[in-house]
Design a protein around this ligand. Structure first.
Ligand code: GRF
Length: 208
Protein backbone atom coordinates (compact mmCIF):
# COMPACT_ATOMS: atom_id res chain seq x y z
CA UNK A 1 0.00 0.00 0.00
CA UNK A 2 1.23 3.49 -0.87
CA UNK A 3 0.42 6.49 1.26
CA UNK A 4 0.01 10.05 0.01
CA UNK A 5 -0.36 12.87 2.54
CA UNK A 6 -1.89 16.19 1.52
CA UNK A 7 -0.98 19.27 3.55
CA UNK A 8 -1.29 23.05 3.43
CA UNK A 9 0.62 24.24 6.50
CA UNK A 10 2.65 23.16 9.49
CA UNK A 11 2.17 19.43 8.95
CA UNK A 12 2.29 18.19 12.54
CA UNK A 13 -0.19 15.37 11.84
CA UNK A 14 1.81 14.44 8.75
CA UNK A 15 4.94 14.28 10.91
CA UNK A 16 3.20 12.11 13.51
CA UNK A 17 2.10 9.67 10.82
CA UNK A 18 5.53 9.53 9.16
CA UNK A 19 7.26 9.00 12.52
CA UNK A 20 4.82 6.24 13.45
CA UNK A 21 5.47 4.50 10.13
CA UNK A 22 9.19 4.50 10.85
CA UNK A 23 8.89 3.59 14.52
CA UNK A 24 6.06 1.13 14.62
CA UNK A 25 6.76 -0.30 11.22
CA UNK A 26 3.27 0.28 9.87
CA UNK A 27 3.18 -1.74 6.69
CA UNK A 28 2.61 1.15 4.33
CA UNK A 29 4.99 2.97 2.04
CA UNK A 30 5.03 6.75 2.69
CA UNK A 31 5.16 7.53 -1.02
CA UNK A 32 4.62 11.27 -1.24
CA UNK A 33 3.64 14.46 0.58
CA UNK A 34 1.78 16.94 -1.61
CA UNK A 35 1.02 20.55 -0.74
CA UNK A 36 -1.16 23.14 -2.44
CA UNK A 37 1.10 25.76 -0.87
CA UNK A 38 4.79 25.93 -1.73
CA UNK A 39 5.55 27.64 1.60
CA UNK A 40 4.01 24.94 3.80
CA UNK A 41 6.36 24.26 6.72
CA UNK A 42 5.38 20.59 6.52
CA UNK A 43 7.15 20.27 3.16
CA UNK A 44 10.49 21.00 4.82
CA UNK A 45 9.79 18.45 7.54
CA UNK A 46 8.88 15.81 4.95
CA UNK A 47 12.01 16.46 2.90
CA UNK A 48 14.15 16.29 6.02
CA UNK A 49 12.60 12.90 6.73
CA UNK A 50 13.53 11.75 3.24
CA UNK A 51 10.00 11.68 1.85
CA UNK A 52 9.30 12.78 -1.73
CA UNK A 53 7.30 15.99 -2.03
CA UNK A 54 5.25 17.66 -4.74
CA UNK A 55 3.69 21.12 -4.88
CA UNK A 56 0.50 21.67 -6.82
CA UNK A 57 0.05 25.39 -6.26
CA UNK A 58 -3.60 26.35 -5.85
CA UNK A 59 -3.13 30.10 -5.42
CA UNK A 60 -3.78 31.78 -8.72
CA UNK A 61 -5.17 28.61 -10.34
CA UNK A 62 -8.23 29.65 -12.28
CA UNK A 63 -9.60 26.29 -13.47
CA UNK A 64 -12.41 24.24 -11.90
CA UNK A 65 -12.09 22.25 -8.68
CA UNK A 66 -11.97 19.02 -10.68
CA UNK A 67 -9.27 20.39 -12.98
CA UNK A 68 -7.18 21.18 -9.93
CA UNK A 69 -7.87 17.80 -8.35
CA UNK A 70 -6.81 16.07 -11.56
CA UNK A 71 -3.36 17.58 -11.08
CA UNK A 72 -3.28 16.25 -7.52
CA UNK A 73 -4.34 12.81 -8.76
CA UNK A 74 -1.58 12.90 -11.38
CA UNK A 75 0.97 13.68 -8.66
CA UNK A 76 -0.42 10.88 -6.47
CA UNK A 77 -0.36 8.33 -9.28
CA UNK A 78 3.17 9.29 -10.25
CA UNK A 79 4.16 7.99 -6.81
CA UNK A 80 1.97 4.88 -6.94
CA UNK A 81 -0.90 6.20 -4.80
CA UNK A 82 -3.60 4.69 -7.00
CA UNK A 83 -7.28 3.90 -6.44
CA UNK A 84 -6.27 0.21 -6.15
CA UNK A 85 -3.25 0.48 -3.91
CA UNK A 86 -3.31 3.92 -2.35
CA UNK A 87 -4.36 5.62 0.86
CA UNK A 88 -4.59 9.39 1.11
CA UNK A 89 -4.42 11.31 4.38
CA UNK A 90 -5.66 14.86 4.47
CA UNK A 91 -3.61 16.53 7.18
CA UNK A 92 -4.56 20.17 7.43
CA UNK A 93 -5.22 20.30 3.67
CA UNK A 94 -7.25 23.49 3.34
CA UNK A 95 -9.21 22.63 0.23
CA UNK A 96 -12.51 20.89 -0.37
CA UNK A 97 -12.13 17.91 -2.69
CA UNK A 98 -14.30 17.52 -5.79
CA UNK A 99 -16.92 14.72 -5.78
CA UNK A 100 -15.07 13.14 -8.73
CA UNK A 101 -11.86 12.83 -6.67
CA UNK A 102 -13.76 11.38 -3.70
CA UNK A 103 -15.61 8.84 -5.86
CA UNK A 104 -12.39 7.72 -7.52
CA UNK A 105 -10.73 7.03 -4.16
CA UNK A 106 -13.86 5.96 -2.25
CA UNK A 107 -12.95 4.81 1.29
CA UNK A 108 -9.31 5.52 0.61
CA UNK A 109 -9.22 9.15 1.74
CA UNK A 110 -8.92 9.92 5.47
CA UNK A 111 -9.25 13.20 7.30
CA UNK A 112 -8.65 14.38 10.86
CA UNK A 113 -11.06 16.88 12.37
CA UNK A 114 -10.46 18.66 15.72
CA UNK A 115 -13.88 17.93 17.26
CA UNK A 116 -16.01 14.91 18.08
CA UNK A 117 -18.13 14.70 14.94
CA UNK A 118 -20.94 15.24 14.18
CA UNK A 119 -20.47 18.11 16.65
CA UNK A 120 -18.71 21.21 15.38
CA UNK A 121 -17.91 20.41 11.73
CA UNK A 122 -16.21 22.94 9.47
CA UNK A 123 -13.66 25.61 10.33
CA UNK A 124 -12.58 26.71 13.84
CA UNK A 125 -13.99 23.60 15.49
CA UNK A 126 -12.15 24.24 18.77
CA UNK A 127 -13.59 27.76 19.01
CA UNK A 128 -17.03 26.43 18.14
CA UNK A 129 -16.82 24.00 21.07
CA UNK A 130 -15.68 26.73 23.49
CA UNK A 131 -18.32 29.22 22.33
CA UNK A 132 -21.00 26.56 22.70
CA UNK A 133 -19.97 25.88 26.27
CA UNK A 134 -19.28 22.20 25.65
CA UNK A 135 -17.58 20.34 28.52
CA UNK A 136 -15.86 17.86 26.23
CA UNK A 137 -14.46 17.99 22.74
CA UNK A 138 -11.75 15.99 20.99
CA UNK A 139 -10.93 14.76 17.53
CA UNK A 140 -12.17 12.40 14.83
CA UNK A 141 -10.50 10.43 12.05
CA UNK A 142 -13.01 9.71 9.33
CA UNK A 143 -13.27 8.67 5.71
CA UNK A 144 -13.93 11.57 3.39
CA UNK A 145 -17.23 11.60 1.59
CA UNK A 146 -18.92 14.29 -0.50
CA UNK A 147 -20.00 16.36 2.53
CA UNK A 148 -17.93 18.52 4.87
CA UNK A 149 -16.69 16.33 7.77
CA UNK A 150 -19.56 13.87 7.29
CA UNK A 151 -17.88 10.60 6.23
CA UNK A 152 -17.84 7.31 8.20
CA UNK A 153 -15.99 7.65 11.51
CA UNK A 154 -12.94 5.46 12.12
CA UNK A 155 -11.58 6.64 15.51
CA UNK A 156 -12.36 9.37 18.02
CA UNK A 157 -10.69 10.69 21.16
CA UNK A 158 -12.19 12.82 23.89
CA UNK A 159 -10.61 15.88 25.54
CA UNK A 160 -12.23 17.58 28.57
CA UNK A 161 -12.69 21.33 28.27
CA UNK A 162 -11.46 23.35 31.26
CA UNK A 163 -13.16 26.52 32.48
CA UNK A 164 -10.11 28.61 31.70
CA UNK A 165 -9.37 27.09 28.30
CA UNK A 166 -8.67 29.40 25.38
CA UNK A 167 -8.84 28.40 21.73
CA UNK A 168 -5.07 28.03 21.89
CA UNK A 169 -4.85 25.82 24.99
CA UNK A 170 -7.73 23.60 23.89
CA UNK A 171 -6.34 23.27 20.34
CA UNK A 172 -3.00 22.20 21.79
CA UNK A 173 -4.50 19.45 23.96
CA UNK A 174 -6.69 18.23 21.12
CA UNK A 175 -3.69 18.23 18.77
CA UNK A 176 -1.74 15.88 21.00
CA UNK A 177 -4.64 13.41 20.77
CA UNK A 178 -4.76 13.91 16.98
CA UNK A 179 -1.14 12.83 16.82
CA UNK A 180 -2.09 9.55 18.52
CA UNK A 181 -5.28 8.55 16.73
CA UNK A 182 -4.33 9.54 13.17
CA UNK A 183 -1.30 7.20 13.00
CA UNK A 184 -3.37 4.52 14.76
CA UNK A 185 -6.08 4.82 12.09
CA UNK A 186 -3.50 4.56 9.30
CA UNK A 187 -2.13 1.44 10.95
CA UNK A 188 -5.58 -0.16 11.17
CA UNK A 189 -6.23 0.60 7.50
CA UNK A 190 -2.80 -0.69 6.47
CA UNK A 191 -3.50 -3.92 8.33
CA UNK A 192 -6.86 -4.27 6.55
CA UNK A 193 -8.73 -4.12 9.85
CA UNK A 194 -11.27 -1.44 9.00
CA UNK A 195 -14.54 -2.54 7.43
CA UNK A 196 -17.05 0.00 6.13
CA UNK A 197 -20.75 -0.68 5.96
CA UNK A 198 -22.70 2.39 4.92
CA UNK A 199 -22.09 5.06 7.56
CA UNK A 200 -20.58 2.59 10.00
CA UNK A 201 -17.09 1.24 10.31
CA UNK A 202 -16.02 -1.72 12.39
CA UNK A 203 -12.53 -2.61 13.49
CA UNK A 204 -11.40 -6.18 13.52
CA UNK A 205 -9.50 -7.00 16.65
CA UNK A 206 -6.69 -9.53 16.71
CA UNK A 207 -7.66 -13.15 16.42
CA UNK A 208 -11.07 -12.46 14.90
C1 GRF B 1 -5.38 20.09 12.74
O1 GRF B 1 -5.98 20.77 13.82
C2 GRF B 1 -6.38 19.18 12.10
O2 GRF B 1 -7.29 18.65 12.99
C3 GRF B 1 -7.08 20.10 11.13
O3 GRF B 1 -6.08 20.95 10.65
C4 GRF B 1 -5.03 21.04 11.60
C5 GRF B 1 -3.78 20.64 10.89
O4 GRF B 1 -2.63 20.79 11.67
N1 GRF B 1 -7.74 19.33 10.09
P1 GRF B 1 -1.24 20.19 11.17
O5 GRF B 1 -0.93 20.86 9.83
O6 GRF B 1 -1.39 18.71 11.04
O7 GRF B 1 -0.26 20.60 12.21
Amino acid sequence: MNLGILISGRGSNMEAILKAIKRQKIRINPAVVISNNQDAVGLKIARRMGIKTEVVQSKGFSGTRWEYDRMIIKALQKHGVTEKNGIICLAGFMRILSPEFIRKYRHRILNIHPAVLPAFPGLHAQKQALDYGAKYSGCTVHFVDEGVDTGPIILQAIVPIKDNDTEETLSKRILSKEHKIYPQAVMLIAEGKVKVDGRKTSIKSQGR
